[in-house]
Ligand binder design. Structure first.
Ligand SMILES: [Zn+2]
Length: 153
């Protein structure tokens, strides 16, 4: 079966449509489906780069994710830094995230982007991860900051 390759419009669409999808889904079904979608996207991205279980090095992970997701990649966000706090524990700093584009909120709102980094860190380190957002541009912060750490087994 032929796939729709969009010869004229290519791979990108408006953030406005993304925000309607994100906000509308969260109104109906809360954040879980959006986070889950992000996790799958992050995991599959690492798999497509053939980096499953490749590294726990935060500098290498930052550079691979900035390349794939930043200005020269899919433009999900700018991956400013990833800091390893301890084994299996990372702090992700990003700017210009898709989730926060044009958004103002009293609580962090990065459900999809957070999910992408949880899935990507799980895939690249081989360690199942969970995460939460501790600072968000939508709340007035300069960066969004995610704490992502190994799921206690
Ligand atoms: Zn945020």
């Amino acid at each position: 079966m032929a796939t729709n390759e969009r010869p004229t419009l290519g791979n990108f669409m408006s953030l406005t449509c993304f925000q309607y999808l994100r906000v509308g889904t969260e109104e109906v079904a809360d954040r879980a489906p959006i986070v889950a979608s992000g996790r799958k996207r992050g995991y599959d991205l690492i798999e497509s780069l053939q980096l499953l279980g490749a590294s726990e090095d935060s500098g290498l992970i930052q550079s691979k994710l900035e390349e794939a997701l930043g200005a020269k990649g899919t433009r999900l966000c700018l991956v400013k830094s990833i800091i390893q706090k301890s084994k299996g524990s990372y702090e992700v700093h990003l700017a210009e995230g898709a989730c926060t584009a044009g958004q103002v909120s009293s609580t962090p709102i990065c459900a999809f982007t957070l999910g992408v980094f949880i899935g990507a860190l799980h895939a690249i380190t081989g360690i199942p991860m969970r995460g939460h957002e501790v600072a968000c541009v939508a709340c007035g912060s300069k960066e969004c900051i995610y704490v992502i750490e190994a799921v206690a087994l």
